[in-house]
Design a binder for this molecule. Structure first.
Ligand SMILES: Cc1cc2nc3c(=O)[nH]c(=O)nc-3n(C[C@H](O)[C@H](O)[C@H](O)COP(=O)(O)OP(=O)(O)OC[C@H]3O[C@@H](n4cnc5c(N)ncnc54)[C@H](O)[C@@H]3O)c2cc1C
Length: 381
């Protein structure tokens, strides 16, 4: 009897899972993916739009490319997840039953949690706002640009630092950098808590060399016209605000009873939730590793997707379940000028998470371009 595997979310994790399943399961098994979006764009492309090397319009790949691969794509809103009855309600398609469910709905942005931010600042993580942000940055002749991380955890921990360096490079090229101050505010006491103090101070050194001032332990309280107020009492001026808003689990996931605390808890090796035949992967999950958690990044969503898919394939094909998430990942950290460093991480290292940073190079920047190109091609084209 063919099984029905339902995947919620066609982002990084959902697309990786759907493709892995389709490659190993016969056509008698249905793979259905639901997403409210009609197209996919990798998060990191927002930085290229900011930099000006990409346009938003040319960076979106239609999700209906999944159908040609034998994966059924439904453009719909997931309204309810009912794990007790093994079914999901989609706004237009109604109730859909499943044999296996993979929840890959990502993290939701909550800019409204910061009083005064809406209408005053740009949301760096909203692709629609980035082209206008770029124009505003280029039209600024002098003043102060504030980049503010507004909550923890957030997707891709190095991204705000990459954005700061890209902005610095853009302004230098435009001839305005010397008359514009760049300040980066973070709520944590070090730049990248997930990467530890050594890599954090390395990152702060790199941005300082570009004249970007880093302000640790600055948790934003509110935004008013041209002023930021922080929980430590500091009040600081800005002319242009670039925010990374707080993140939260999507409401449909929270109300389904899948969360334990703020995010979905899964078995750290199998990606199984405590609900029968329900897996969760990517940003919607929290996998604690001591005092840290596996970062919210596409590379981890992808690896977790492959593990969840393999578990399902092995169960359907009656093979022993061997796949296990190894807690390893990497990312390319852009420093501007078409150069990128490379961070490699092993969060399940028995003697504690270990990370390694490689200095910036043009080759790493090219590898990052390739990282996006190859995945979009494999998943959707
Ligand atoms: C600026 C930036 C740079 C980044 N750089 C990197 C990088 O270099 N390397 C890296 O590995 N990661 C990077 N990331 C992080 C990466 O994009 C995310 O961690 C990754 O997308 C998480 O994958 P996911 O599948 O969990 O969620 P997502 O990719 O966010 O997918 C979730 C999907 O669920 C859909 N959805 C949500 N709710 C509903 C609903 N109710 N109904 C229907 N559909 C719904 C959404 O439309 C979305 O398509 C970056 C992110 C940003 C913002």
């Amino acid at each position: 009897m063919g099984k029905r595997i339902l995947i919620l979310g066609a982002g990084f994790g959902g697309l990786a899972a759907a493709n892995a399943l389709r490659k190993s399961l016969g056509q008698d098994h249905r793979i259905i993916v639901i997403d409210r979006k009609k197209s996919f764009m990798m998060g990191l492309v927002k930085l290229w739009i900011l930099e000006g090397s990409r346009k938003l319009e040319e960076s979106q790949t239609p999700l209906d490319g999944l159908n040609a691969k034998g994966i059924e794509y439904l453009n719909d809103e997931v309204a309810k997840i009912d794990t007790a009855s093994s079914r999901v309600q989609a706004r237009d398609h109604g109730w859909i039953e499943y044999d296996y469910l993979i929840v890959a709905l990502g993290a939701e942005l909550a800019p409204e949690k910061i009083a005064g931010f809406a209408g005053r600042g740009y949301n760096l993580y909203d692709a629609q706002q980035v082209p206008e942000l770029r124009e505003r940055l280029l039209s600024l002749k002098s003043g102060r640009v504030a980049i503010c991380i507004m909550g923890m955890p957030y997707k891709c921990p190095p991204a705000p630092y990459e954005a700061a360096m890209i902005i610095s490079g853009m302004l230098a090229k435009h001839g305005t950098r010397n008359s514009i101050d760049l300040d980066l505010y973070a709520p944590a006491p070090i730049a990248l808590p997930v990467a530890g103090p050594e890599i954090s101070s390395n990152v702060v050194n790199v941005i300082s060399k570009q004249g970007i001032r880093f302000h640790a332990s600055h948790k934003i309280k509110s935004v008013s016209d041209r002023q930021l107020e922080f929980e430590n009492g500091a009040k600081l001026d800005y002319d242009l605000l670039v925010g990374i808003p707080p993140h939260r689990v999507p409401e449909v996931v929270r109300s389904s009873g899948l969360t334990d605390g703020d995010w979905v808890t899964v078995d750290r090796l199998t990606m199984k939730t405590s609900h029968k035949n329900v897996f969760a992967i990517g940003d919607v999950t929290e996998i604690k590793v001591g005092a840290l958690a596996v970062p919210k990044a596409g590379i981890f969503a992808e690896e977790e997707a492959k593990v969840a898919a393999r578990q399902i394939i092995d169960e359907i094909t009656s093979k022993p379940a061997m796949a296990a998430f190894n807690g390893q990942g990497y990312c390319f950290m852009e420093v501007g000028g078409k150069q990128a460093g490379y961070i490699e991480a092993d969060f399940y290292n028995p003697s504690g998470p270990s990370l390694r940073l490689e200095p910036p190079s043009e080759q790493n920047y090219e590898k990052k371009q390739d990282f996006e190109r190859t995945r979009v091609k494999e998943w959707l084209l």
